[in-house]
Ligand binder design. Structure first.
Ligand SMILES: NC(=O)c1ccc[n+]([C@@H]2O[C@H](COP(=O)([O-])OP(=O)(O)OC[C@H]3O[C@@H](n4cnc5c(N)ncnc54)[C@H](OP(=O)(O)O)[C@@H]3O)[C@@H](O)[C@H]2O)c1
Length: 429
């Protein structure tokens, strides 16, 4: 074993960074044995230097992250600051100055992954980011390496623990959205401002990363169709139950049936209780992958938290250190397929539509005609009357999102349709 240590600069020492530092210290001997050389924490960049940080030598702490990554003797920079800047400039500077990089930064990778990969390639260094998607769950490496000989057709995932916790609460207790969100906040599962989670921004960043790797195609954050889950009601869950389904916020990356294009989207959807993703409870994450040869695979585990996320960071750190010792780099970006990313209108799926209608003869026929005129075939209809008003629940066969949008626009114009109470896609069948 080499005795000269590999030097690691840690950028950020918060929820994830502090756990990375702790594991580097407590597992130092095992890490050294697995890598073939000791790893030494050479510097820790933070915003507030005076803060007491258990287990961190204060002499290593600096607020000058730029000087740290420019030192020239750093082998690996671990970026766990988060956000776009200064993380982007620090990673680029680190690569320019000879370091390989491990990051947990989904927002940055989803927005600027291509440029960062190009910088890593230009400088002959590694850029690894297993922790950026679904925390501890090994997903990037299985997609990039284990499935490199297969053809992935679909990635269907619960990739945000906060939203899964809220939806699971609504499902299991009958609570409304706000009540479930309040409980998630009180228990520390949701942040004071939950927008990034409940509006699907966090999941959309992960969908962009997953789609890019799964389909060997650049998928930018802007390419991901995104809908949040704040409009979901207890009534939606009752409807889902009647159909033998539950509701999950899903990230869905799909190859079109003809293989010529891909789509990536994040939205709430009904999934059958028999689907493995339906049984993912609480704040857990899971990703269901469908490929030509392997068939169906599911990856399940904690998608966030300091120690679980640090596990993924440490896995990358070991891999990157091994590569440095053997003078090589791991697989970089694979975007050779360069498939076009189709708009949401091209997505084909099933729909559950709940309408408030007048309770009088002929309404059902009128509604059915609108569906037929837009080429959307109806699977089932359920009607419930109350005081001259009625609710009509229509479940369709597979149709394009564009056809469904046209159908709903036309339905809204019918005198007998008082309102469209909810539209939900039905996935995983
Ligand atoms: N938390 C999770 O469960 C989780 C899961 C998966 C991925 N991630 C990703 O991991 C990354 C870190 O998340 P986190 O939860 O650990 O964040 P965090 O607790 O807010 O920690 C951020 C750290 O970065 C430091 N920092 C902020 N601005 C800085 C600057 N300009 N220069 C130097 N240091 C700076 C902060 O310093 P101070 O300590 O002085 O404030 C803090 O130590 C993010 O990209 C996040 O998306 C997190």
């Amino acid at each position: 074993m080499r005795t000269r240590p590999l030097k690691v600069a840690l950028l950020g020492c918060g929820v994830v960074g502090s756990e990375v530092a702790r594991i580097m210290t407590t597992h130092a001997d095992d890490l050294a044995a697995r890598i073939g050389a000791p790893v030494e924490l050479a510097g820790v960049a933070v915003r507030r230097p005076a803060k007491v940080r258990a287990g961190i030598d204060p002499a290593l702490v600096t607020t000058d992250a730029t000087a740290l990554v420019k030192r020239g003797d750093i082998d690996v920079v671990v970026e766990v600051i988060g956000g776009i800047e200064p993380a982007r400039t620090l990673i680029t500077t680190a690569l320019e100055h000879g370091a390989s990089v491990v990051s947990a930064n989904k927002a940055l990778l989803a927005q600027d992954g291509a440029a960062l990969h190009a910088a890593a390639e230009e400088h002959g260094k590694d850029l690894y980011y297993e922790a950026a998607v679904a925390g501890a769950i090994p997903l990037i490496r299985p997609l990039r390496e284990s499935l490199a000989g297969d053809k992935v057709n679909r990635v269907l995932g619960i990739v945000n623990g906060t939203t899964n916790f809220i939806l699971d609460k609504m499902d299991s207790t009958g609570a409304g959205y706000q009540e479930a969100l309040d409980e998630a906040t009180a228990l520390g599962y949701a942040e004071a401002d939950p927008t990034a989670d409940v509006e699907g921004f966090d999941a959309a960043a992960k969908a962009a990363i997953l789609a890019g790797i799964a389909f060997h195609t650049r998928v930018r954050l802007d390419d991901v169709h995104r809908e949040g889950m704040t409009e979901i009601t207890a009534a939606d869950f009752r409807s889902a139950k009647r159909m033998g389904c539950t509701i999950k916020l899903l990230a869905i990356c799909e190859r079109a049936a003809d293989g010529a294009s891909v789509t990536a989207r994040v939205h709430p959807a009904m999934i059958p209780l028999s689907h493995p993703l339906a049984s993912v409870r609480g704040a857990y994450n899971a990703v269901f992958v469908e490929s030509d040869a392997a068939g169906q695979l599911m990856f399940y585990g904690p998608g966030a938290g300091g120690a679980p996320t640090a596990s993924a960071v440490l896995g990358d750190l070991v891999a990157v250190c091994r590569n440095r010792l053997s003078g090589t780099t791991g697989p970089g970006e694979s975007a050779y397929a360069a498939l076009p990313v189709s708009p949401m209108g091209d997505v084909v799926t099933r729909y559950h539509i709940s309408l408030d209608v007048a309770d009088k003869p002929g309404v059902l026929a009128q509604v059915a005609t609108v569906f037929a005129e837009h080429g959307v075939s109806i699977d089932t209809v359920r009607q419930q009357g109350k005081d001259g008003e009625a609710s009509l629940v229509v479940v369709t066969h597979r149709a394009s999102d564009a056809s469904l949008t046209g159908t709903v626009e036309a339905l809204r114009k019918l005198d007998t349709v008082r309102g469209v109470a909810s539209i939900m896609r039905v996935e995983g069948e």
